[in-house]
Every structure is written in structure tokens, then in C-alpha cells.
Write a protein that binds this ligand. Structure first.
Ligand code: FAD
Length: 282
């Protein structure tokens, strides 16, 4: 039996901060031994497009972890994608996570890549050997009328060449298992990693709920009711909750777990200490 994949997501520090602050995050994550680290892409027309590649190079060169660089479609044309792929090559990335991104008010999308699948197909045509990752949504993407329709679109993304899927966060494992059954039933065979975002504060849960309609499990709601005004206790409970989610996912034989670190290495480290033996590393 193969050990499941364990991967991490970090994000570039904002443009007012030195990229070097990523060292604090990565120093804190050194002992976690991820299979890869994914680096998000600042979306929209005015972001510094070199930042993801810069961070990817730092993580690869200084820490020796394989890196998957995110890239978004809506505000990119072919020239922007070609430039990003060039930067990613120089940063020696192990893969690209091709995303649509979300519309930013007041900014007109380029109109070249409408869906993530268009970007996946373009990257595959330019870089046939490059692993291209895609996003998936255990509760369905917010814009989709139902999970089945979203999975049909996900199949298009895989048919366009996505080789690996990373899921949106979820708090109820049963949602992920249902999604997995439907995805496999629709003929999607690529690895699908389960996205876990530890609860670190109430605001963070509310934001995810508003942005992605992530449903809140009764057990999680009880934690928030009890420790919502005690940040330290809620963080500890959040570590336990995420660790239990991960243990159950691994027991179910999932392909892997993708942990959203939110650049909070101490939380990721505490979770890793609870679960590392489940990934065949301890
Ligand atoms: P798509 O796959 O294009 O799907 C978007 C919607 O369109 C869905 O409702 C889908 O069902 C529908 N759809 C897809 N294809 C078709 C089609 N052919 N016809 C009709 N409908 C279709 N955002 C960032 O800005 N930067 C990041 O770094 C980033 N990282 C992320 C990492 C992960 C793991 C996840 C899950 C999300 C991330 N996001 C990021 C957010 C993401 O950009 C948004 O969730 C966005 O709304 C959808 O992106 P997508 O790639 O899933 O889009």
C-alpha cells in the first residue's frame, strides 16, 4: 500500500513586505517533510506576477522541497502565461496549479482563458512534460447549480490534461467521500488530495463560509460556540479537529492531504506531530 501524499500551501507575503519573510514560514515548516509545497498566485491585474516564482525558487533552492506554483487564468493572456512559465522554469517548479481565479470588481478579464480547463490545455500544449494540477470542490463550486454539474466540468479539466487535483477545504469528511465517489464514478482517475484548513479563529471560518459556502459541521459549531472568544483554546481545538479529520481521511485510503498553512507554521507543525506516523514518515 502506498503512503498518502502530504503537501502544504503557503502564500507570498503581500507586496509591501519583503519576500524574505517567507523564510520565517518555511523555517517553521522544515520538520514537516511535505511531498511538495504549493505557492499561491496573487490574482488580479495589479499584482506582482514574479512573486510566486520568487517564493518557489526560494523554497526549492533553500529548503529542497518540490514546489507547485499556482497560476490564474482570468487576467492572463498567452504572453502573460508564457512569461510565468518561463519564471517557473527558472524556479525549477515541479508542477503548475492552473486556476481560473475570481473576478475582481472593476477589472476587465483578458477574455483569453475563460475556465481553468482552457489554461490547463494551454500549459499542456506549451509544456507537455509539466504536471498540471487543478482545483476541485467537495461541496461543489459556489457558481455551480449542483455538485454533479461541477463534477462534469471537473472531468473536462482532467480531459484537458490536469494530472492531479487539490481540493477546496471542507469540514465534514462525509462531503469529501461523497464527492470522491461521484468523481471516480464520472471517470476521473487522477490523484485527488483532500484540502484541510485548520480552524485558527472564528473570522477565518466565517470568511470561508461566506466565500465558498463551506458548511460547518455540528462538532465544529460546538467548538466555536464554546471557545469562540478564547483564541488560544479555539486554536488548540482547531488542531485537534484537523488532526482527526486527517486521521479519518487516511484511514479511508485517500490519495493525500493538502494542508492550508495560512503561513502559520506552528499550527501546521502541531498537526504534523499528531499525524506524521499515518504518512509512513515517523
Ligand atoms: P474552474 O475550474 O474554471 O471552475 C469555475 C466554475 O466554472 C465552476 O463553477 C465550474 O463548474 C465552472 N466551469 C468550469 N469549466 C466549465 C465549462 N467548460 N463550462 C461551464 N462551466 C464551467 N485563487 C487565486 O486567485 N489564487 C490562487 O493561488 C488560488 N489557489 C487555489 C487553490 C485551490 C486548491 C483552490 C481549491 C482554489 C484556489 N483559488 C485560488 C481559488 C479559485 O481561483 C476560485 O475558487 C475560482 O472561483 C475557481 O477556480 P477554478 O480553477 O476551480 O475554476
Amino acid at each position: 500500500m502506498h503512503s498518502p501524499i502530504f503537501s502544504l500551501e503557503v502564500f507570498p507575503p503581500n507586496t509591501r513586505t519583503s519576500v524574505n519573510t517567507i523564510y520565517d514560514t518555511m523555517d517553521g515548516l522544515k520538520e514537516v517533510e511535505p511531498d511538495f509545497v504549493s505557492v499561491t498566485y496573487g490574482h488580479g491585474a495589479f499584482k506582482d506576477r514574479t512573486r510566486t516564482a520568487c517564493i518557489a525558487a526560494t523554497i526549492h533552492n533553500e529548503y529542497g522541497f518540490p514546489v507547485v506554483a499556482h497560476l490564474t487564468a482570468l487576467y492572463s493572456d498567452e504572453a502573460i502565461v508564457d512569461q510565468a512559465l518561463q519564471y517557473f522554469h527558472e524556479a525549477k517548479v515541479a508542477g503548475v496549479l492552473a486556476l481560473r481565479g475570481d473576478p475582481v470588481e472593476g477589472n476587465e478579464p483578458c477574455g483569453v482563458f475563460e475556465h481553468a480547463s482552457d489554461l490547463v490545455a494551454y500549459i499542456r500544449s506549451k509544456e507537455p512534460g509539466m504536471p498540471v494540477f487543478g482545483a476541485c470542490y467537495p461541496e461543489g463550486h459556489v457558481e455551480c447549480s449542483c455538485l454533479e454539474e461541477d463534477i462534469a466540468n471537473l472531468k473536462r479539466k482532467v480531459d484537458a490534461g490536469a494530472t492531479h487535483l487539490l481540493s477546496q477545504l471542507f469540514y465534514k469528511n462525509d462531503d469529501f467521500y461523497r464527492f470522491l465517489d461521484l468523481a471516480r464514478g464520472s471517470g476521473i482517475e487522477v490523484p485527488i488530495e483532500a484540502g484541510i484548513m485548520p480552524v485558527v479563529n472564528v473570522r477565518n471560518v466565517e470568511t470561508m463560509n461566506q466565500r465558498n459556502s463551506t458548511s460547518i459541521a455540528p462538532a465544529l459549531q460546538r467548538m466555536i460556540d464554546r471557545w469562540g472568544s478564547d483564541p488560544k483554546a479555539l486554536r488548540q481545538a482547531g488542531v485537534v479537529y484537523a488532526s482527526e479529520q486527517i486521521a479519518d481521511l487516511v484511514a479511508h485510503g485517500v490519495d493525500g492531504v493538502h494542508l492550508y498553512t495560512m503561513n502559520r507554521p506552528s499550527v501546521a507543525r502541531s498537526i504534523w506531530q499528531n499525524v506524521e506516523g499515518l504518512f509512513g514518515r515517523a
